[in-house]
Write a protein that binds this ligand. Structure first.
Ligand SMILES: N[C@H](CCC[C@H](N)C(=O)O)C(=O)O
Length: 257
């Protein structure tokens, strides 16, 4: 089968994106893993299908690079909104359904503002915290993040007794001046450090709000800059938005076996 695909990236988190508005595309686990393989396929941190869904502008189907259906992906969501706009499915506002429920988004001055799910609360761990922002996130504050071995330290936490069966994404955060965080993330399903993780930086911003950081929090990641705005709601948070760029890189065709 010859498959037309698009490549998108949002702050260096990159995705194979496929138009499945006619419902004709159905990919196996192996085909998704092949398309995301950086040596044998196209190469990406994840793969998304743009699909029709009644009551919504579209449906986001997200797979991790390992070929498994994933939970919510914040950067992917922003990229799929940009793709839906490119395809003429939306103009500047979107209401779509993803694995963690409905999402609203707007495109303003080239940036996608994506509403994330409300977060009920933050679980405190011994020297870190844990929450679900659509995907599970462990958040640990560190010094000198540039020098940290994110791969090995992140992997050790992801495969620790508490997390090994379900997995978790692991974020390391350095607090900077001017309401800014520097974040590096080990991603479950990619099983490596990625250049940016949208649900991850969202978790880091909400965690930092407990230490005086205010909305919008500015976040630096290896692949660029993001912002997270939110409102406190008791122990939780509502009106959480992930704001950043989403760019089409290229379009191609690939033969699938
Ligand atoms: N890169 C994504 C997270 C993907 C989630 C996935 N790695 C998982 O939890 O299995 C983001 O921008 O939010």
């Amino acid at each position: 089968m010859q498959l037309t695909f698009y490549k998108y990236q949002g702050t260096g988190n990159d995705f194979v994106v496929i138009d499945n508005l006619n419902g004709a595309v159905s990919l196996t686990h192996e085909q998704v893993a092949f398309l995301c393989d950086r040596r044998k396929g196209v190469g990406a941190d994840g793969l998304m299908l743009l699909q029709k869904q009644e009551g919504y502008d579209f449906e986001m189907v997200y797979y991790n690079a390992d070929g498994n259906l994933g939970s919510m992906c914040g950067n992917g969501g922003r990229c799929l909104v940009a793709f839906a706009q490119f395809m003429g499915v939306i103009e500047t506002e979107a209401y779509f359904i993803a694995s963690d429920g409905p999402h609203r988004a707007t495109v303003e001055h080239g940036l996608v503002h994506l509403q994330m799910k409300d977060v009920d609360g933050i679980e405190d761990l011994e020297d870190a915290c844990f929450m679900n922002t659509g995907s599970p996130h462990y958040v640990k504050t560190v010094d000198n993040l540039q020098e940290l071995d994110v791969f090995n330290q992140g992997r050790a936490i992801r495969y620790s007794d508490r997390f090994k069966s379900e997995g978790t994404n692991v974020n390391f955060v350095e607090q900077k001046a001017d309401n800014t965080l520097f974040v590096r993330t080990y991603e479950r399903g990619v099983e490596d450090e990625t250049f940016s993780c949208g649900t991850g930086v969202t978790a880091c911003a909400l965690a930092a709000s407990r230490e005086g950081f205010t909305s919008p929090v500015h976040i630096q990641v290896l692949g660029g800059e993001l912002q997270v705005s939110f409102e406190q709601d008791g122990q939780g948070f509502k009106n959480v938005f992930l704001i950043g760029p989403a760019e089409q890189v290229f379009k191609g065709e690939i033969v699938l076996n």
